[in-house]
Design a protein around this ligand. Structure first.
Ligand code: ATP
Ligand code: MG
Length: 569
């Protein structure tokens, strides 16, 4: 179906005006700073609210997997995180020590993380579905001193490898008698470590989509960016109910699942359970979610069930939907219009950037398929790098590597144990993202593909995203993963793995129909030469399609690091 290239926004019918762009300096002025000087994320996120007008507002509304509910106010979260800070201190945690948190999405997770920040520790939340090996690798690399977990997770995941983590001095199992008594007897007020904007706050691991996950070090100064982007890229307004579906084991779940909404003073919904379409719709409805931040993989899963399931729910509170983590196919943006009457706003960033860099904001018209425009204060460009140096590509539509002017507040400050790799990311004052993109004449950025995934065929550079998006327009296609397959004549040929929607069966006829559709949409040079039906696509645990694995499997090559591969994929 032909769609218009742009979704125009109009002020009519808006309940709240879209947030205006916010410079870093304006964002800085919205922060309090530590009494006596310094900047600490936990102070901005909870302590300053706990003594102000937001003290009794619900900070976290927790929905347990088995139906329990718990609400924690800003005042309570400030108090509980101070208790954690005292406990860490009593275990010898000093500024710069590493605290790892592995406990699933339970309310204590939030206090455990904030408590670590209060001590000036480098905090690293871990995804609870990791197995023992990935946990050990991370804790060893990050020189973890304390691990906060639960007895069950300790038994299942940590015990086996506990002897192989020499820096780990203490394991605090939250449901143990020891931890409960330590927390109960700790004071509810804590003098926050006087950190500066350049002191380390979080240690986040990348998703491992292209290889071994990297450990990115972040700083307290990032809170400036979380403040600005929560307002502008997520359109958070004072009394909003906000739901970020990402787990805090990924940077999105920390930056926008913990820090940004708290800094903004809104109420965050936290769901302990895993994805389930019916459950998610009922959360949106029952909790009156106003702003919803999710990921393409979740949207595609909802799309599989059709828009009808969404339309049956009246969602009058829902005002803004945003997505991050993978390219958002135009089809998904249009599906949002159909299912919710709202476009899904794509935004782009990485673990390394610490915060949202490029976004479709509430004030902007949306061009489905585009990541949007750089936020105020972010300078993004398209560049090519060679031995002779770098060259900026100024012309609209020119494809090259997406680069960012170094020095934004949430910029990572190192890859743990990989100084040379960190250094190589920068040249001439720019940070090289490893993603290929282009910019159009209106200043909108378009994702082309990861540098590693781009296909070179008969002199063309083909981005898998464009091909996958075209395939997804076909009525039978639920998802697609596209790779380049070596070919002696043209270098590489485009090959697509296609997952069908329920109700469609693989057949030669359907394969030809999808091929025909792709040729019409993309032209013979870009369309896949080969289409294979797949029942599942390999994904990272954060839900990203692992094209390198599709390729390795197709070519019978070694699979490389698969520790981040989702179970059973
Ligand atoms: P690794 O670096 O270990 O291979 P990763 O890059 O997937 O893993 P993350 O930092 O979680 O780890 O993901 C950031 C990457 O995700 C971006 O560099 C980009 O490739 C992709 N990405 C994120 N948001 C978008 C988006 N809106 N559009 C397209 N791609 C996106
Ligand atoms: Mg990456």
């Amino acid at each position: 179906m032909e769609r218009p290239p742009i979704i125009r926004k109009s002020a009519a019918g808006r309940r709240v005006p879209p947030s205006a762009p916010l410079s870093w300096d304006e964002a800085r002025r919205r922060l309090a700073g530590l009494p006596g000087g310094g900047l600490n994320i936990a102070h901005e996120a909870v302590d300053r609210h706990a003594t102000g007008r937001l003290a009794d507002r619900v900070a976290i509304r927790w929905l347990g997997a088995s139906g329990a509910r718990r609400e924690i106010t800003y005042r309570e979260l400030a108090a509980l995180s101070s208790r954690f800070a005292h406990v860490y201190r009593s275990l010898g945690v000093e500024k710069g020590d590493a605290v790892f948190v592995l406990c699933g999405r339970i309310p204590e997770l939030y206090a455990a993380v904030l408590g670590g920040l209060k001590c000036g520790a480098a905090v690293s939340p871990l995804f609870a579905a990791f197995g023992p090996e990935p946990l050990k690798t991370r804790i060893k690399l990050g020189r973890g001193k304390v691990l906060v977990t639960t007895e069950a997770l300790y038994e299942r995941k940590v015990k086996k490898v506990a002897g192989d983590m020499p820096t780990l001095a203490h394991v605090l199992a939250l449901d143990s008698a020891e931890a409960s008594s330590m927390l109960r007897s700790a004071s509810e007020s804590f003098e926050i470590e006087r950190t500066t904007p350049d002191d380390i706050s979080f240690l986040h691991f990348t998703s491992g989509t292209t290889g071994m996950p990297k450990g990115a070090q972040h700083v307290h100064g990032a809170v400036v960016m979380h403040c600005a982007s929560a307002k502008v890229a997520l359109d958070l307004h004072d009394e909003d109910i906000f739901w970020c579906t990402a787990d805090p084991g990924w940077v999105t779940g920390t930056s926008y699942g913990i820090v940004a909404p708290l800094v903004q003073g809104v109420t965050s919904v936290v769901d302990e359970a895993e994805f389930d379409a019916e459950r998610w719709y009922s959360i949106l409805e029952a909790e009156k979610v106003a702003v919803w931040y999710t990921a393409p993989t979740a949207i595609r899963m909802l799309m599989k069930g059709g828009a009808g399931a969404a339309k049956r729910r009246p969602l009058p509170a829902l005002r803004f939907i945003a997505s991050v983590g993978e390219p958002l196919n135009p089809e998904a943006v249009w599906w949002g219009m159909d299912a919710f009457g709202l476009p899904i706003h794509d935004n782009w960033w990485q673990t390394e950037t610490g915060g949202i860099m490029i976004a479709n904001t509430a004030a902007m018209d949306v061009k489905p398929g585009s990541m949007g425009k750089p936020l105020a204060g972010v300078e993004a460009a398209i560049a090519r790098r060679s031995e002779r140096g770098m060259r900026l590509l100024e012309g609209p539509g020119e494809e090259g590597e997406l680069v960012l002017r170094a020095g934004w507040p949430a910029m990572f400050r190192g890859y743990l144990g990989e100084e040379e790799r960190y250094r190589r990311c920068f040249a001439d004052g720019w940070y090289f993202t490893g993603d290929l993109a282009k910019r159009d004449a209106d200043g909108y950025f378009w994702f082309v593909g990861r540098a590693d995934d781009v296909i070179k065929s008969a002199g063309h550079l083909i981005g898998p995203f464009e091909v996958e998006s075209a395939l997804m327009e076909h009525a039978a296609v639920a998802e697609a993963g596209v790779i380049g397959k070596p070919d002696p004549v043209v270098g590489e040929v485009v090959m697509a793995f296609v997952m069908l929607k329920s109700g469609f069966e693989p057949s030669e006829e359907l394969r030809l129909a999808i091929l025909g559709h792709a040729r019409r949409r993309l032209g013979a040079a870009v369309a896949p030469k080969e289409i294979a039906f797949a029942t599942a696509l390999p994904r990272t645990r954060s839900g990203k399609i692992m094209r390198r694995l599709l390729k390795a499997r197709e070519l019978g090559l070694p699979e490389g690091d698969t520790s981040m591969l989702e179970e059973g994929a």
